[in-house]
Design a protein around this ligand. Sequence first.
Ligand SMILES: Cc1cc2nc3c(=O)[nH]c(=O)nc-3n(C[C@H](O)[C@H](O)[C@H](O)COP(=O)(O)O)c2cc1C
Length: 137
Amino acid sequence: MMAPDLNQPLVLPCGATLSNRIAKAAMSEQLADRHGHVTRELRRLYDIWARSGAALLITGNVVTDRNALVEPGNVIADNAAALSGLRLLARSAHAAGGAVWMQINHPGRVATVPFNRRPRGPSARREPVPGFNIRKP
Ligand SMILES: Cc1cc2nc3c(=O)[nH]c(=O)nc-3n(C[C@H](O)[C@H](O)[C@H](O)COP(=O)(O)O)c2cc1C
C-alpha cells in the first residue's frame, strides 16, 4: 500500500478539510501572562507556526478554570475578558490560511502541585504519579 502524500488535502469526518497532512501537536507554551491572558510572545509564536506549512495547529493546554492550572503560564479561558486575546491568537494562527484547534483542558485529579492543592475531579482518588497531587490516605 502506498503511503499517503503529505501534501494531499485531508477531509475529516466532521467535514473540515485540511490543506495537507502535517499538524503541529499540542505543546503547552506557558507564555500567558499572570492573569492567563494571551501575550505578544504567544501570538508571535503562532505567527511563526502558521507560516511553517502545517495545515493544522493544535494549541497547548488552554485551561477552563484558573484554580486548576496544568502549568504556570497557561492561557486561562474562564471569563469574557479572555476572548479578545484569544481572537488575536486565532488571527495569528490563521495568518497563512491554516486551521487552529484550541485544546481545552481541565486537569481534574492530575492537577499539578503546588498550584492545585485541592484538585477537583470526577474521581475521589488521587493520582499516584510523582509530582501530582498525592496525599497519604
Ligand atoms: C514541550 C511539550 C509540551 C506538550 N504539551 C502538551 C499539551 O499541552 N497538551 C497535550 O495534549 N500534549 C502535550 N504534549 C504532548 C505532545 O502533544 C505529543 O503528544 C507528544 O510529544 C508525543 O508526540 P511525539 O511522539 O510525536 O513526540 C507536549 C509535548 C511536549 C514535548
